[in-house]
Design a protein around this ligand. Sequence first.
Ligand code: MIG
Length: 667
Amino acid sequence: MVKKYVFGDPIDTGAVIGDISPCTEELCLLTQEKDEEGRLRFLLSLDDSDIVYGLGEAPRGINKRGHIYESFNSDDPYHTEEKRSLYGSHNFLIISGKSCFGLFVDTGASVTFDIGYTDYDRLVICPSENDLVIYTIEGESPLDIVKQLRKITGSSYIAPRWAFGFQQSRWSYFTADDVRRVAEGYRKNDIPLDAVYLDIDYMEGYKDFTVSEERFPEFKSFVSEMRDMGIRLVPIIDAGVKIEDGYDIYEEGKEKGFFCRRKDGSFFAAGVWPGRTHFPDFLDPEAREWFGSKYKVLLDAGIEGFWNDMNEPAMFYTDEGISEAAEYLKSFDFSCNDPNKFFELSGTAGGLNNRRKDYAAIYHNIKGRSVCHSRVHNLYGFNMTRAASEAFEKLSPDRRVLIFSRSSYIGMHRFGGIWTGDNQSWWSHILLNIKMMPSLNMCGFLYSGADIGGFGTNCTRDLLLRWLAFGIFTPLMRDHSAFGTRAQECYSFGDTAAFKGLISLRYRLIPYLYSEYMKACLHDDMMIKPLGFEFSDDEMARRTEDQLLIGESIMVAPIYEQNAAGRYVYLPEDMRLIIFKNASVERSELLSKGIHYLHAALDEVPVFIRKGKLLPLFRAVQCTDELDTSEPELLSYNSEPCSYLLYEDDGISKAADLPENYRTLSI
Ligand code: MIG
């Protein structure tokens, strides 16, 4: 049961669709009070047995207890354990233990969640403003609560099936020839591939919706040349629009007043890749429609997918920040001999990016009212992606378009997927990827994944292999790396056999993964679940942070430590362990409920098949165009009869036109 509680005069975030009448009785699941400054806060006593699930793309565990988090969309590539905010804000929690209910704190402003950090027995929610809506969701299980949240926030975006293929990215492939080399690198080594990403350097001067004539001549025919190889190109779109006389997007936006403003009504400017830019006011439906319509030029060139970046929005500097720093430097006493002053100096000169002060100086046009950005910060990326998605409804009414975003908020899951932003080539970030996936699923972000191999810093062969071995099970399986880092394509580390084996296994699994993904989309369910969602009476399962259920048939226990021969794994029930190598079954073993040591070499992928379930595998192919589901190989726990319902469709028609097409596979 969902109850809505309204505080003050909140701005509609767009997360919840349909009318829910506010509850007239007092909020009783939480204690409500005001602090000395008159700010509302909400408290809850936690029982020892309570697990707190949720927060989507947040640092740390599947169980969020024992730390403090802040929902404030932040560009933070170097996220370590102590960080409180990342690229998306997903203010949804499930308390599961002595009690069982969910909370959705609906506001575009920042919110702090102290989940047993100050006091292990207490949850304290501190919104940064008193205008907000809280939804409480009572249900019989965490999954039931997730489904109820999805009912009020809407069903998840459905990606095309080709987006389940393996995808290669880098900042940047600078020229068409660079892209050709990547395509050939994969095809030559028989490593399957479905897409290559175009990062900011495909553009002319980093101007959105332009393509460099010099580096990507005859773009349209290049797109089809790649398409003939079974490869799609996926260009990036940045939030900031370059300020440049004569650039049509800038000129139009300026003329129509579609950019964010300062308090005095002038257009707000910030420095990003193109230099000084204006930010489109995505919270204004007309501006949204205008920006969305611009994707057409790339769709017309044959492009079928996009990634929206820098939409927290990220800012490198503002005019205000620079003049403040310049003033500060002018009056700085370099002879002061005070270390604290020197720290302040480096903070002032080096801390020009993403200043809260600059965010607070941005104003949006919301229904004719000028609204300070701080009140809606977490909705910006959401609405950029909404702009694209709503435009695709018109520009591509029959065919799905791939779209995913860096920044997000609950509700955006109706419009696109997400990737989890900049990470590093660190072993700890494989683990973070593992923990985020089920949390994102809870909030409706089903099409998601991390930069495999790590974005920043240098990747090693073993890290990439172990990361791919987990990435096989995430809908978005994309290798991406930053400018200046070591090459990270699967053919860049010498012998390619292991890479070919892992990625071919992914393709053998795509029909299963896609089927489980589509069932989750169509039935407001989760594709990737923590063990505790299914084995709720099993304390070990509830406390397992590094194993996941992928769809109905399998559990995975990824290896995320360097030089490890394997790992310990907890089986909440008897299962069959399958070790895949070169995309086929290398060995298989029945294991009983309990703890086991799992051995797996770098070129091996362990998968656990659940009792009574079937895992269908299909022929390995080079790209999703070639997928053929006619002759499945069926793997099962034992030889007792069982069946699997395989969902299939053409992979491209929109959901409304999809006949629910199931095929029963059985032994
Ligand atoms: O300031 O476009 O997260 O994936 O490669 C960096 C360059 C801007 C951040 C994205 C990353 C992308 C990079 N972008």
